[in-house]
Each structure stands twice: as C-alpha cells, then as structure tokens.
Design a protein around this ligand. Structure first.
Ligand code: HEM
Length: 411
C-alpha cells in the first residue's frame, strides 16, 4: 500500500497510465485515505475516493489551499516558504483562501461567466478552423500533440488576454518550462534557481504589460486585471503578475492535454468516433467524457486547520491532503464502467475541474474550446490512425500527451 501511495509522488508514474491506475484502484479499494512518505517530499495523505475529494473541497474553511496548494518536493516547498518571507512568492488564486481569494477571484470571474464565454465562441471557432486547416497543410501526418494541440488553446487564451501574436512563442516556452513539471525533456534538468529565473522572466514580461494597460486601458482581460481596484487601490505588481501567470498557464496546458487525449481516445475507440460523427448532438457529453478521461490536472492539495476524521483516519491539524482527481474520476462507486470511454456518458459527475470555491474559473471556456475543435475536425476527418507511439509528460501536476504521431486523411 505504501508503494501504491508513493506512485502519487512519482512523476514517472504519471507517464505510465496503466501503472498509475493500478495503484489508484488499489488505494481506492484498500486504503482510500493513505499516509504517504516518499523520498524528497514532506509526507501527505492521499485522498483517492470521489466522495472524499468532494467532502474536503466542500469544507474549504477547514482545508485551506495555503501554504501548500500543490505537490512539490520538500526542497521546493522550502524555497517557496523563503520566497514568501521575502515577499517574492507566486500568489495566485490557487495559493489563496478567503477572504482574499473571494475578492481576487471576483476580478476575473466576470470575464469567465458562461454567457461572456459564449460571446467568444465565434472567435474560438475561427481559431479551431485555423488549426484543423493547419493539419491539412501538414499533409497526411503530424505530431498532433506538439504541432496542433499545444498551440490552439494557448492562442485562444493569449488572444483573450490581449497579447500580440509575436509574443506567443515566448509564452509557450515559459509555460512549458514552468509547468513541464518534472519531465526532464521539458525542464532540461532545471535547478530550483533556474525555475525561479523562469518565473522572474514571466514577471518582467507581465510588468511591462501592466504598465502599458494602466497607461492605455483596452477592453481585454489584461486591462481588466491591470486596472482592477480593491477598496479603491490597484492590485500590487506582484499580485497583478500572479494573476496573468495563473490565467496564461492554467488556461493552456490543461485544454491542450484534453484535446490531444480526446483525439487519442477517439482513435482507440473507433465505434465512439463513429457514434459522435453520426450524432453530433452528443458533442457536449463527449467533451465532458474527454475531460474525465484525460483529467489533465492530477492533483491539488489542502492543509487541515484542525483534526478531522475521514473514513476512520485522523487527519491532524497541519497535515497536507492530496486530492487525486484522476482517481476520483475512475471511482467505481460513482461511474458505471469507469475505464470505458463512453462519448455519450450521462450522468458524468467528474471532478476534473475541482469543486466549490476554487472550481475552475475557465471551465466554460475549456468546454467551448474542446467542443469547437472536435466540431470542426470530425466532419472533415476521413481515416485516422497512430503513426508511432504516444508519450505522456512525466509530471505530478498538469499533464497529458507530449507526443501523439498520427496519420490521417482530412478534407
Ligand atoms: C482552477 C482544471 C482549463 C483557469 C482549476 C482547478 C482544476 C482545474 C482542477 C482547481 C479546482 C479546485 O481546487 O477545486 C482545469 C481543466 C481544464 C482547465 C481540467 C481544461 C480541460 C482552464 C482554463 C482556464 C483555467 C481554460 C482559464 C483560461 C483556472 C483558474 C483556476 C483554475 C484561474 C483557479 C481558480 C481558483 O483557485 O479560484 N482548474 N482547468 N482553467 N482554473 Fe482550470
């Protein structure tokens, strides 16, 4: 059981779906609230049942996001603690709790309301078409993960922020370096100091954006953030830059992982692809099934502010709990045949967007993006098959496929 728990702190386990899900199924069955002691990490409780993830997220006054909102090595946690002391730690929505969280979240919440998002739909559809057209330009083969899926959501979110197209490549590199987790290929063996440098680059970039939008306000999201007032005061430079960082990063890798993993699922399940192509009205359900299937956010953490009993285990005040979303989304007690990809799954109470006060701010946008992409792709797609082995990112945080070579015919 200890070994199964340690898989949750092993980036490589996430690059091997079968191994990961074997460990998670064992934990759900035998020890759903499991104490994990893994080399390099401060110990934590692994929470693997859907009902328990919900219970903890509901109790947001007992289980706080600060000071350890996500899994990092003990060394990384310590570096963050020191940075917090020096006032240079990243402080985004996921690092905050009420009352600050409520106030800061409200700044972006207006932007991300489903109704506001629907107004963006035509633009998102246009971008989806551009990327499917690009697949046609590639001929009959491409690495779908690297050449298509990575670009489309980044493009959407950066246009929403109002950044110029000439900066997109730079942002892509920065997000991958910051969020490539522990994947050697993406991190290129970065030390913690080098990671800090990546973060500082981000901050410098966004600082000039803030200055520009304060001088010349526009109607984009960056301007809303730069010119937001709390009790009559603007956000400080750090909180402003942190806001851009969370939007630019959270809004990108997650959705690209879903699109790549969604296409992989459709290739692996040709009956479901055919069903969806013949019944396009199933698309909203299929989109949520892709999101459940991929579950690109692997975990968030909370810290208990008092002792709490869960399934007979006592979580002590100060203990950290890791909410395993991939496990919750394969919970046999909630999902009928959880390991079956069912494009028409209904109901589908997945927790891929989390739950409660921190529920994903971009959920409506993510759904629009995934839907727009597959609504454009499927009617134009003839054949499609794998053209080489797919590979996943080794990360305990946000991940999915980093390579998906495909061969296809597309009109
Ligand atoms: C938070 C998943 C796309 C912005 C979260 C959380 C999850 C998540 C699990 C934490 C929820 C919790 O703690 O209960 C996803 C998935 C996505 C996606 C699976 C795509 C399929 C997006 C997009 C954006 C976005 C497109 C923005 C453009 C955010 C923000 C938060 C967040 C700002 C922090 C909210 C808070 O702490 O109050 N997301 N996300 N996400 N997400 Fe997403």
């Amino acid at each position: 059981m200890e070994e199964a728990g340690r898989a949750l702190a092993d980036p490589k386990a996430y690059a091997d779906e079968a191994r990961l899900h074997e460990a998670l199924a064992l934990l759900r069955r035998e020890s759903p609230v499991q104490w994990v002691e893994a080399p390099d990490y401060t110990p934590f409780w692994a929470i693997t049942k859907h009902a328990d993830v919900l219970e903890i997220e509901r109790n947001h006054e007992i289980f706080l996001n600060a000071p350890r909102p996500l899994l990092g090595t003990a060394e990384f946690d310590e570096l963050n603690r020191q940075r917090a002391e020096q006032g240079i730690a990243l402080r985004t929505l996921i690092h905050m709790d009420d009352p600050d969280h409520r106030v800061i979240r409200a700044i972006g919440a207006d932007w991300f309301r489903p109704r506001a998002m629907r107004a963006l739909e035509p633009r998102v559809k246009e971008l989806a078409k551009r990327y499917v057209d690009r697949m046609v330009e590639f001929g009959s083969e491409c690495d779908f993960a690297q050449q298509v899926a990575v670009h489309f959501p980044l493009y959407v979110i950066l246009s929403l922020l109002g950044l110029p197209e000439s900066d997109f490549d730079r942002m892509l590199k920065l997000t991958q370096e910051l969020f490539g987790g522990d994947d050697d290929e993406l991190q290129r063996g970065q030390s913690n100091e080098e990671k800090l440098q990546v973060l500082l680059d981000f901050f410098a970039y966004f600082q000039s954006l803030t200055d520009e939008r304060r001088k010349h306000p526009t109607d984009d999201l960056a301007s809303a953030i730069a010119n937001a007032r709390i009790d009559g005061e603007p956000l400080n430079d750090f909180d402003t830059a942190s806001y851009y960082v969370i939007i630019a990063t959270a809004g990108h890798d997650t959705t690209s992982a879903t699109i790549a993993g969604g296409l992989q699922a459709l290739i692996q399940h040709p009956d479901q692809r055919e069903r969806l192509t013949k019944n396009p009205e199933l698309m909203p359900l299929a989109v949520d099934e892709m999101i459940r299937w991929v579950t690109p956010v692997k975990e968030f953490m909370r810290t208990a502010t008092r002792d709490y009993d869960l399934r007979g285990a006592t979580i002590r005040k100060g203990d950290a709990v890791l909410l395993s979303y991939p496990s919750a989304n394969r919970d046999e007690e909630v999902f009928d045949e959880p390991f079956r990809f069912d494009a028409g799954r209904d109901p589908n109470k997945h927790l891929a967007f989390g739950f409660g006060v921190h529920y994903c701010l971009g959920a409506a946008l993510a759904r629009i993006e995934v839907r727009a992409f597959f609504e454009e792709l499927l009617p134009r797609l003839g054949s499609i098959e794998f053209a080489g082995p797919a590979e996943s990112i080794a990360t305990t945080f946000v991940g999915g496929l980093k390579r998906l070579p495909v061969r296809y015919s597309l009109a």
